[in-house]
Design a protein around this ligand. Structure first.
Ligand code: TRP
Length: 453
């Protein structure tokens, strides 16, 4: 390729890339979304499908995305343009970049609203709002909070502004520094929460809900949700990891970095589940409570354990930081594209993209109160947006990334970028050429009803 280095800068080291990619992957998807969709889809069997998707579809596609980004060193739209020229393929491939930029933008609009909830909970915890409260009070607290569009909008605005501020500072100044100290701290607090879950008396019930598969509870629909979530949680299918790969200096082992990132991401999600479900059962809550699940369970623990206010405050601070290091990657592809193709200054690109995502986010704010009864196909605005992006756009994006990396790109190019041992390279190639695309295809078919279970 002609370009030696991305015009947006580079990571300072391999570790910085791993941190940033982990920062992107670990976020609300792990701590907020994974537990509630697991609860809604019956537990163990869903978790098993999710883990299989991570291993057979997510990881190979993550390697593919990183590799495409690093080879092209540009934002996804231009990267796909350049790579399809290199492979002498049709230039329509760059529409895949567009799909990704759009998906990231749509996800950011609601992501920021939920991150706003976590921000508000930092202060609730700090002020002792959970102390000694039972599950009914904690639930009421949450319901009152989401009933207020004004409060949700304020927190959503604050979170979006901080995201854009970080992105405006650029690759090294902003993105890299923001992620380095939080991951280990988050891990530690989750361990403390798991420790608390062990004292509830319902620990084993929580564990068996999560890990004992009952396949009668699974449908084509829930398999699609599990697969969609494996893309969402690894930040795949929309170019976030591709753009991070573009900032990766040469000679870094993509495969090892990817395995580390995926491993850390999965560990955080499972720990969150192990911390939450014993609380659900100990307090006779519904596992299928929906998006409010972590906000209705964890505060019970914070209200009862020693130093709960402090631990709760720290926990929500870390969730906000984890969300921030993910949200910056949701908008970076769009920002990089505005800079490359429209000559925007980075700061202007951020304000434009951020303002638009903020506006769309108001739809999500309202779907928890004034618009909660406004439904299309039985779903609120937020649910539709989430479904469309996570379960459709990301898997479609991932499908085409796999096809591009496996079938369009020349073998010698992927081989030289990936630098794996011959055996692992062959495994990767089979996964990315056959297994991952076929899995996405079959799951889609089964939902459309062709193979309806
Ligand atoms: N992976 C993040 C999470 O789990 C969310 C996220 C960040 C994302 N960047 C992405 C999801 C790109 C899909 C695509 O919270």
């Amino acid at each position: 390729m002609t370009q030696q280095q991305s015009i947006h800068g580079e990571w300072s080291s391999k570790l910085a890339f791993i941190m940033a990619a982990t920062g992107s992957a670990v976020g609300l998807g792990n701590i907020w979304k994974f537990p509630y969709i697991t609860g809604e889809n019956g537990g163990g069997a869903f978790v098993m499908v999710y883990l299989i998707c991570i291993a057979l579809v997510g990881i190979p596609i993550m390697m593919a995305e990183t590799m495409l980004g690093r080879r092209a060193k540009q934002s996804p739209i231009n990267a796909l343009k350049a790579l399809s020229q290199e492979a002498e393929a049709h230039e329509n491939w760059h529409y895949l970049g567009w799909l990704g930029v759009t998906a990231g933008f749509l996800i950011l609009s609601y992501y920021s609203v939920i991150a706003g909830w976590a921000s508000a909970y930092v202060f609730k915890s700090l002020s002792g709002a959970f102390s000694g409260q039972g599950s009914a009070e904690i639930k009421a607290l949450f319901e009152q909070f989401v009933a207020s569009p004004l409060q949700l909008t304020c927190w959503h605005s604050a979170f979006m502004a901080v995201t854009m501020w970080v992105v405006a500072r650029g690759v090294r100044g902003g993105l890299e520094k923001a992620v380095q100290f939080m991951m280990p701290s988050l891990f530690l607090i989750l361990l403390i929460l798991v420790g608390y879950a062990m004292t509830t008396g319902h620990y084993s019930q929580g564990l068996s809900f999560l890990f004992a598969p009952d396949f009668s509870k699974i449908s084509g629909q829930s398999i699609l949700i599990a697969m969609g979530h494996s893309f969402f949680t690894l930040s795949l299918g929309m170019g976030a990891i591709m753009v991070y790969g573009a900032y990766l200096p040469g000679h870094v082992s993509i495969s090892k970095a990817t395995l580390l990132v995926a491993g850390a991401d999965t560990a955080v999600a499972l720990l969150a589940g192990v911390a939450i479900f014993p609380l659900v059962f100990a307090n006779q809550l519904e596992p299928s409570a929906g998006p409010g699940l972590i906000f209705q369970t964890l505060p019970i623990a914070f209200g009862q354990m020693t130093a709960g206010n402090v631990i709760g405050t720290l926990f929500f601070i870390l969730v906000v930081f984890a969300a921030l290091s993910s949200s910056i990657s949701l908008i970076e592809p769009m920002v990089a594209w505005l800079i490359e193709n429209h000559g925007f200054k980075r700061s202007h690109a951020c304000w434009v993209a951020g303002a638009a995502a903020w506006l769309l986010g108001l739809g999500t704010v309202l779907s928890f109160n004034h618009w909660s009864e406004v439904k299309l196909f039985g779903h609120t605005f937020f649910e539709l947006l989430d479904y469309l992006t996570a379960n459709i756009m990301l898997p479609v994006g991932g499908f085409f990334v796999a096809i591009f990396a496996g079938w369009v790109m020349l073998r010698e190019h992927s081989e030289s970028e990936l630098e794996m041992s011959p055996m692992f390279y062959e495994i990767w190639r089979i996964l990315v050429r056959y297994v991952a695309p076929a899995a996405v295809f079959v799951v889609f078919l089964s939902v459309v009803g062709v193979l309806a279970p």
